[in-house]
Design a protein around this ligand. Structure first.
Ligand SMILES: Nc1ncnc2c1ncn2[C@@H]1O[C@H](COP(=O)(O)OP(=O)(O)OP(=O)(O)O)[C@@H](O)[C@H]1O
Ligand SMILES: [Mg+2]
Length: 491
């Protein structure tokens, strides 16, 4: 059974998170992870300053399923199944030694799969004390009057044939990124609840929501609902467009799995992250996939540990499914967040409203019909309306031209370029010199004050409500005044 339980599918980071969960539940404020490279004899240890275990408690802790999952847990407890210590450890190693100190008395027990395989009979052989030659590894716990040390040796699932020291270092980096994310809320603040060190280096929290960043386009207010299994809290976030982030910020905020993979729900249980992204099987009609266009949407969702059964929490603490009763509520919140995130992504972070929050006349309309979406040029857009008004007898020709443009929007090309280039192609004069923008805006301005007889002020107001000029208030303001013989020349 122990050999079978090794295959639960933990990554090294997820396995370590499960061990750290136990430390947090035991009231630890500091957890030290030590990765020691020594080829096939490499080892990993986890040392905490929690309350520790006495002999009896340790013996129980080493048992599979030592606690009933139906049992009510302390509200801050991160455990549920009475399995993690064993399943997480043995998913990575063949020898698990746990030494715990309580009231200055040290107890030590060990599961050793190779020693077990070598014995006949049906007894469960839980060994006492460290393996021969490993005594030194337990030295740090001897200096503590409370705390626990978990030692993983014979790391056959980590150090596989051909594994190099560089692979070991890369694994440590992945683990650090994972733990920085999973425990970020415990690691944050000037007085964090938890300090986590890997080979003596402090793990810095990674906050998926860029809390407090002025570049963020949107954060919802807190939404709360009460279920029989306890309260559920949701806060929706839209992260800034790439253009509003430095290259370093953009790379950092992508997260361990990258922007597209990290979109969606972040489910926390007692502040500990269970699920990092994805849409929880929600969707309108079909379940939503993680798509490039929604990569800026991230939703924080908090559940208490009384909701474990209702949310189908798994042993690895890596998955959760919302109860059916909550799906409509969550779908609605998610849909609104996705829509906002899509707009920010598509409009390169520029507001879709004018500077004072007023509506902006778009040049294109997306018309959704039963048979699909069509893109139409908006005839009310001042640049289009002006031409149609003066077109006279060539009006049909102009309309035919517009129709041809609409029918040949290079949708697939744009879609491919966006997906491959990982960003939206340039539009809205992005990257163009000021003269170009002033040149085009000037032509429209001249038409407004000249042909249409608008005042300087009215023309500028109209331009500020016209896509894409609403993004260039300083340039619009700089357009020449409306003295009748001092008009910007057309052409
Ligand atoms: N670092 C630790 N300090 C103190 N007690 C611990 C520690 N690690 C484990 N324990 C004790 O051992 C028990 C078993 O741990 P284990 O991780 O196997 O299961 P769990 O945490 O109860 O549930 P889950 O399977 O959901 O993790 C814990 O409930 C706890 O009482
Ligand atoms: Mg546990």
């Amino acid at each position: 059974m122990l050999e079978s339980l090794r295959g639960l599918g933990y990554s090294t980071g997820a396995a370590l998170a499960d061990i750290i969960d136990n430390s947090v539940s035991a009231g630890a404020s500091e957890v030290l992870l030590d990765f020691h490279w020594d080829g096939a004899r490499s080892r990993i240890s986890i040392l905490d300053d929690g309350r520790g275990m006495d002999d009896g408690e340790l013996e129980s802790a080493m048992r599979l399923g030592d606690k009933n999952p139906l049992q009510v847990r302390h509200p801050g407890d991160l455990g549920r199944f009475g399995m993690g210590l064993k399943t997480a450890s043995l998913s990575q190693c063949r020898r698990l030694t746990v030494a715990s100190s309580k009231a200055g008395v040290i107890s030590c027990l060990r599961w050793d799969l190779d020693a077990l395989a070598a014995t006949s009979g049906t007894d469960w052989l839980l060994f006492e004390g460290p393996a021969e030659g490993s005594e030194e590894c337990l030295a740090p716990i001897r200096e503590r009057c409370h705390g626990t040390l978990v030692l993983w040796e014979c790391l056959d699932r980590v150090v596989t044939p051909g594994y190099t020291p560089d692979d070991f270092l890369a694994m440590i980096d992945r683990v650090e990124a994972h733990l920085a994310m999973v425990f970020h809320r415990l690691l944050e603040g000037s007085h964090p609840r938890l300090r986590l060190l890997i080979n003596r280096r402090r793990v810095e929290p990674w906050d998926p929501f860029m809390t407090g960043s002025p570049a963020k386009p949107w954060t919802s207010s807190l939404a709360r609902t009460f279920t029989v299994a306890g309260p559920v809290e949701v806060e929706c976030h839209v992260l800034p467009h790439q253009d509003r982030l430095s290259a370093d910020e953009f790379t950092k905020m992508a997260g361990p799995e990258g922007w597209t993979a990290q979109q969606g729900f972040y489910v926390y249980r007692n502040q500990r992250l269970l699920v990092a992204g994805g849409w929880l099987g929600l969707g309108t009609g079909r379940a939503w996939n993680r798509e490039e266009a929604h990569r800026l949407a991230r939703i924080r969702l908090d559940i208490p540990n009384t909701a474990d059964a209702a949310w189908k929490i798994d042993i690895r603490k890596s998955s959760a499914r919302p109860p059916v009763s909550l799906r409509p509520w969550l779908t609605d919140l998610a849909e609104r967040t996705r829509e906002r995130a899509r707009k920010v992504f598509a409009f390169r972070g520029s507001p879709v409203t004018g500077p004072r929050g007023g509506a902006v006349e778009p040049a294109w309309q997306a018309v959704r019909t039963r048979s699909g979406t069509r893109y139409r040029i908006d005839e009310k857009h001042p640049a289009v309306a002006a031409v149609l008004e003066v077109a006279g007898e060539i009006c049909p020709l102009v309309r035919a031209m517009l129709r041809v443009i609409e029918e040949t929007v290079p949708v697939q090309r744009i879609w491919l370029d966006t997906a491959e280039g990982r960003e939206t192609p340039r539009t809205g004069f992005a990257g163009e010199p000021d003269e170009t923008i002033v040149g085009i805006a000037g032509i429209l301005y001249a038409d407004m004050v000249g042909r249409r007889g608008m005042s300087d002020e009215a023309a500028k107001r109209l331009l500020m409500a016209t896509e894409p000029f609403q993004n260039y208030p300083a340039l619009v303001a700089s357009l020449r005044g409306n003295s009748s013989n001092d008009r910007t020349r057309i052409g």
